[in-house]
Design a protein around this ligand. Structure first.
Ligand SMILES: Nc1ncnc2c1ncn2[C@@H]1O[C@H](COP(=O)(O)OP(=O)(O)O)[C@@H](O)[C@H]1O
Ligand code: SF4
Ligand SMILES: [Mg+2]
Length: 310
């Protein structure tokens, strides 16, 4: 992904977003194993495989510094017995044992001032903070080492609308200040993604089925699953108040035993004979990728949104 961009990763619950995020953040723990693959960040190629006994040791220096994860539900996992400043020290010392409490405090103080956030928060326990403030603090802590890539897993999902806005504004400011050089923003919330991301990747049953510029995906979806996700979103504008919001029938498959061919075929209104047996081709259309038989047979065509799904 190009420097300074926010890339969204979207798909229904259970399609593997968190699993992919954990693999990219180099924190895959058994029973999750990464059996192969590399990741290139800023010219450095990192082997993501976790099968070797020493992979944990090999990956540790990259965590937090090269690639950092803001885990799903992180704000609810802050220890109730630690002040935020102690948590800051714990995180920094995990990367470099020689960091003192005073140094960690200085770093966090500078960062909070940069982001126009109240420094007194460092002296609080988690229960003394609002949900929105807790989430902004875990975001600040997960980026204290200036990671090149931040993977934010559902960072706004448990927040009220105004706290969501504050968190998004903070993330955008952090990218502007080059605190991190890129963000992968994971959520099932397409309206949020369409506001903040440059590019979008749509995931279904463990595979990326479409990816491209956010504007192109939102206005010219080429994959029936992308189109179905967009049809399921309520658009509260005046012109669309009477629009019928369509859900996607059924649910994502068990990834231990996914459907043959295109994994979406049992739920797809556009499925054709080959969809059930043959994996769809990945089509490269400019800098847009889509994996679908329908898209192959209908070049330059947007998937019609107002259809009754299978
Ligand atoms: N590639 C995969 N192969 C097998 N199981 C997977 C794979 N990716 C995810 N899973 C399993 O699918 C379930 C949902 O995955 P998860 O990453 O939590 O989805 P999401 O974050 O999109 O809700 C989990 O039980 C996970 O272990
Ligand atoms: S490959 Fe077939 S089943 Fe899969 S999304 Fe495309 S049309 Fe639907
Ligand atoms: Mg998840």
């Amino acid at each position: 992904m190009p420097e300074g961009q926010i890339v969204g990763l979207a798909g229904e619950s259970g399609c593997g977003k968190t699993t992919l995020g954990n693999a990219l953040a180099l924190i895959a723990n058994p029973p999750l194993y990464v059996i192969g693959g590399t990741m290139e960040i800023d010219g450095e190629v990192i082997d993501m495989t976790t099968l070797a006994k020493d992979s944990n040791h090999v990956h540790r220096p990259y965590r937090g510094a090269t690639v950092s994860l803001l885990p799903q539900g992180a704000m609810n996992a802050i220890s109730p017995t630690l002040k935020i400043k102690d948590l800051v020290h714990d995180v920094m010392a995990a990367h470099d044992k020689s960091v003192t409490k005073a140094e960690a405090m200085d770093r966090a103080t500078d960062r909070l001032k940069m982001l126009s956030m109240p420094v007194r928060v460092l002296d609080s326990y988690a229960h003394q903070l609002s949900g929105g403030m807790k989430q902004r603090m875990v975001t600040v802590i997960s980026t204290l080492l200036d990671p090149k890539l931040l993977i934010a897993d559902e960072p706004t999902s448990a927040l009220d609308v105004s706290s969501q806005k504050q968190l998004i504004e903070m993330l955008l400011a952090m990218v502007d200040m080059k605190i991190m050089r890129g963000v992968i923003f994971i959520t099932h919330d397409l309206p949020v993604l369409s506001m903040v991301t440059d590019r979008l990747a749509i995931m279904y049953a463990g595979k990326i089925v479409e990816n491209g510029r956010t504007e192109d995906l939102v206005h010219n979806a080429r994959h029936p699953y992308t189109s179905a996700l967009l049809s399921a979103v309520l658009d509260p504008t005046l012109e669309t108040r009477t629009k019928h919001v369509l859900g996607i029938p059924g649910s994502p498959p068990n990834l231990g035993n996914p459907p043959t061919g295109c994994r979406f075929h049992p739920r797809c209104a556009f499925a054709m004979a080959e969809c059930g047996t043959k994996e769809p081709p990945v089509l490269l259309e400019g800098n847009h990728e889509v994996a679908c038989w329908w898209a192959e047979k209908n070049p330059d065509t947007t998937v019609p949104m107002e259809v009754t799904l299978a």
